[in-house]
Design a protein around this ligand. Structure first.
Ligand SMILES: [Fe+2]
Length: 102
């Protein structure tokens, strides 16, 4: 029986683990409440060479994922809930987590 880490594959490619880095480099964010959502704007470039590729709001029992694309606005929406953590992934700087998330 193997006790090693399980590997995950997608479209034939092995998926790598990514761990959140220090929050000192996390882009500044502003949060507004619009209808039943948080509307979040990140202060971050969205060029083809340097952009945010996703933002995720993770709770113990659910995950909300917003895919983001270069040359579009660095914004996303999540349903208003409490107790989750906000993660953002930059293709240059990696994954950051906001400690005092929404
Ligand atoms: Fe970045």
């Amino acid at each position: 029986m193997s006790t090693g880490n399980a590997s995950s594959f997608c479209c034939g490619r092995k998926l790598e683990h990514i761990l959140p880095t220090a929050t000192s480099i996390s882009p500044k964010s502003t949060v507004e409440e619009i209808d039943t959502d948080y509307f979040i704007t990140f202060d971050h470039p969205m060029t083809k060479e340097h952009y945010l590729s996703f933002a995720a709001y993770v709770k113990s029992d659910r995950v909300f994922l917003n895919r983001l694309y270069p040359e579009q606005s660095p914004t996303c929406r999540f349903p208003i809930t409490n107790g989750g953590k906000l993660y953002v992934y930059c293709i240059k700087h990696g994954l950051v987590v906001y400690p005092d998330s929404l």
